[in-house]
Design a protein around this ligand. Structure first.
Ligand code: NAD
Length: 353
């Protein structure tokens, strides 16, 4: 019996494959544009400059000030660079931070966006933008925010350090695990989620043993696309809300926080969403979704404890209060006592049952 569902899909053009960076120029022209502002973090500035050189007259310039949490002040600087260079589109070259800047520009001036994705965070295929101003984070969802086209070139991920590859891969997996039990899931999103989790489960151990394994890099990037896609199409629940609270209020690092929290949020929902999470038990073993995911993360050398990310034990009460403040849908009711216990275990890094 197929449960009733509603299926929506966002438009997206995806070009995937080794060497596909060389197709950026053609994609700029295909969008009817002629002057692209290339965005990057300071760390990836040289890569962005190489891409701009490759684009020649199609490049309007490089803005390499992208940073975490998409501060509005940085977006304003980038908007000024966009106007001064008479750009007509943006190319975000990098991970979620750079992609966030491209989205923030497009939200304001509707510039067409190309993303060259170099991490597994998945932001490139979502219509979601988180921005910060005066210490406050706001999140909005709008069609204008969704990038028009994405290039996935696995060769560009060969230099992603192993620790970041692992955390970023688990961040991607968390989108898919929550998509499995999403209130508005549909057969396609569940199929994508399972395929995404499976691809990352195969690829991450191979990347840990050989970061230059091109087949594993390709499979991981493919998995991250699928996981990002479900993040963009169905609603997220406890796990993403908890990570949002921990990142926003205690300044914990994004991907690492997802990596630590995933086994614990899956354990919290294990009974209420037993059917939906069955594929996770099948893939990871361990006797339960939380146990299997924890063992997998441990085998990769992933961070396992919030205390290792700099959260003080004294902050756990406040974190629990914040996490239950605004009600939202979750397979199991979100109750303070249960959440406080979950946070304690995640802080200590103990294996969930
Ligand atoms: P990031 O973009 O902050 O990248 C971290 C660092 O790694 C940066 O210095 C970056 O330049 C560098 N880097 C990126 N790719 C590299 C590569 N291939 N080789 C070497 N270095 C590389 O990290 P992230 O985890 O991709 O993104 C996190 C941000 O994205 C958070 O702010 C998060 O909120 C946001 N995000 C948003 C969504 C969404 O849908 N809106 C989804 C996921 C993440």
């Amino acid at each position: 019996m197929i449960d009733p569902f509603v299926y929506n899909v966002d438009p997206a053009r995806i070009v995937f494959g080794r060497g596909s960076l060389s197709r950026v120029a053609g994609e700029v022209e295909r969008m009817g544009c002629g002057r692209a502002l290339v965005l990057a973090t300071p760390f990836q500035k040289a890569d962005a400059e190489r891409l701009a050189a490759q684009l020649g007259a199609l490049a309007a310039g490089v803005f390499s000030g992208a940073t975490m949490h998409t501060p509005v002040s940085v977006t304003q600087e980038a908007m000024a660079a966009f106007a001064a260079s008479r750009a007509d589109c943006v190319i975000a070259y990098g991970g979620g931070s750079t992609i966030g800047l491209g989205k923030a520009i497009a939200w304001r001036n509707d510039a067409p966006q190309i993303v060259v994705a170099t991490t597994y965070a998945g932001s490139e295929v979502t219509p979601i933008l988180g921005e910060t101003e005066n210490g406050l984070k706001t999140t909005r969802r709008d069609r204008r925010i969704l990038p028009e086209m994405v290039i996935y070139d696995p060769d560009l991920t060969l230099g992603l350090p192993v620790a970041m590859s692992v955390s970023s891969g688990l961040n991607a997996m968390a989108h898919a695990v929550e998509a499995l039990y999403a209130e508005d899931r549909n057969p396609i999103s569940s199929m994508q989620a399972i395929a995404g989790i499976r691809a990352l489960k195969n690829a991450l151990p191979a990347i840990v043993s050989n970061p230059a394994d091109t087949m594993a890099r390709s499979e991981a990037l493919y998995g991250s696309w699928l996981c990002g896609t479900v993040l963009g199409t169905v609603g997220m629940a406890l796990h993403h809300k908890l990570c949002h609270t921990l990142g926003g209020s205690f300044d914990l690092p994004h991907a690492e926080t997802h990596a630590v929290m995933l086994p614990h949020s899956a354990a919290y929902n294990a009974t209420a969403a037993a059917g939906a999470l069955a594929p996770v038990v099948e893939l990871f073993g361990g006797g339960s979704p939380g146990g299997g995911l924890y063992d997998f993360a441990a085998s990769l050398g992933a961070p396992l404890a919030l205390r290792g990310l700099g959260l003080a034990e004294a902050d756990l009460d406040k974190a629990a209060d914040l996490a239950v403040k605004n009600p939202y849908w979750n397979p199991r009711p979100v109750e303070r006592e249960g959440i406080r216990a979950l946070l304690q275990r995640a802080w200590e890094g103990s294996r969930p049952e």
